[in-house]
Write a protein that binds this ligand. Structure first.
Ligand SMILES: Cc1cc2nc3c(=O)[nH]c(=O)nc-3n(C[C@H](O)[C@H](O)[C@H](O)COP(=O)(O)OP(=O)(O)OC[C@H]3O[C@@H](n4cnc5c(N)ncnc54)[C@H](O)[C@@H]3O)c2cc1C
Ligand code: FES
Length: 270
């Protein structure tokens, strides 16, 4: 899918709720005219009217209904702290939906969705979108986080047929990283599906590619990259891809965020 719109909209906060010590869900009224979005697309949020922070901050769409647009926000620094603490009635400027490629519907097949940290947001949007369209395949979420503090539970569990959790410090679920957990689940035959979708830090996605080999028919990943313009203009977020025997550089914000994981030239990038 290519169809990046670059308009911005004023959006009013309806609610802001802490779901774990470091994460919150901020729900906006869907601005009038805000287009339908696809899983893997994001918005670029101007968190303040002042010049600090200067740049917009990118956030995956966690849900979009006729009335609401929801974001999952982990407090990482100044901008995210301002967004997470926005109160009802506050108005922010959202550009989007951004991203020229999205997660395709599994079309009735079972799928494994692997999320690292706030890579959870596009997985929730995927599951909700596909189920609303009537997709009947089973969806297995495998979520990894540093600790229980970054691993919110319960609010999204109903979106998936089964949820498995890993934390690096062992404070919730499997003790270790999400890739090791997925390998264990596959080896033990506890999950099996032809399709893999992922979103998380580049290191996690690379490890997934290396550990899963050809166990899945396809693996699509939504990449995280530090972004400035968010619309393909500055070329600050490019990723090297193999295309027809050569390396081409694509903008994560505009050509992605979703790519075929097997196309990424890791040795050139990360
Ligand atoms: C396409 C995309 C979708 C994203 N979706 C979400 C989401 O759904 N929920 C969420 O909480 N976060 C998401 N992020 C990350 C989010 O944009 C950053 O956490 C945020 O911009 C940090 O801003 P800040 O001012 O709070 O922190 P800063 O002070 O700018 O930085 C604080 C820390 O955050 C790290 N950071 C900054 N920018 C990024 C980035 N782009 N990716 C990863 N780490 C970053 C910095 O390296 C630093 O360690 C997404 C990023 C991208 C590129
Ligand atoms: S952030 Fe500018 S091209 Fe992607």
């Amino acid at each position: 899918m290519k169809g990046n719109t670059k308009r911005s909209y004023k959006a009013r906060v309806i609610s802001s709720e802490r779901i774990s010590p470091s994460c919150g869900v901020v729900v906006f009224e869907r601005p009038e005219g805000f287009p339908d979005a696809l899983p893997g697309q994001f918005v670029s949020v101007r968190v303040s009217d002042s010049t600090v922070p200067l740049l917009r901050r990118p956030y995956s769409i966690m849900d979009l209904t006729g009335l609401e647009l929801a974001l999952l926000v982990k407090v990482a620094g100044r901008g995210s702290a301002m967004l997470a603490s926005a109160g009802p009635g506050e108005v922010m400027d959202l550009a989007g939906p951004l991203g020229g490629a999205s997660f395709d519907d599994p079309g009735g097949d079972d799928a494994v969705l692997v999320a690292g940290g706030t890579g959870l947001a596009p997985m929730i949007f995927s599951a909700r979108t596909w189920k609303r369209r009537g997709s009947r395949g089973r969806l297995y979420l495998v979520h990894g986080a540093a600790s229980r503090d970054e691993s919110p539970d319960s609010f999204f569990e109903a979106d998936f047929d089964k949820v498995f959790r890993a934390t690096m410090d062992g404070s919730a679920g499997f003790s270790g990283d999400v890739v090791a957990l997925l390998a264990k689940l596959l080896d033990e035959g506890r999950i099996s599906a032809p399709l893999l979708y992922s979103c998380g830090p580049a290191g996690m996605v690379r490890a997934l590619v290396e550990r899963t080999g050809d166990r899945f028919k396809s693996h699509h990943t939504s990449l995280e990259a530090v972004m400035a313009c968010g619309v393909g203009a500055c070329r600050g977020c490019t990723v090297p891809l193999r295309e027809g025997g050569r390396i081409v550089f694509k903008a994560v914000c505009d050509d992605g965020t979703v790519f075929r994981a097997s196309d990424i030239a890791w040795e050139e990038w990360w």
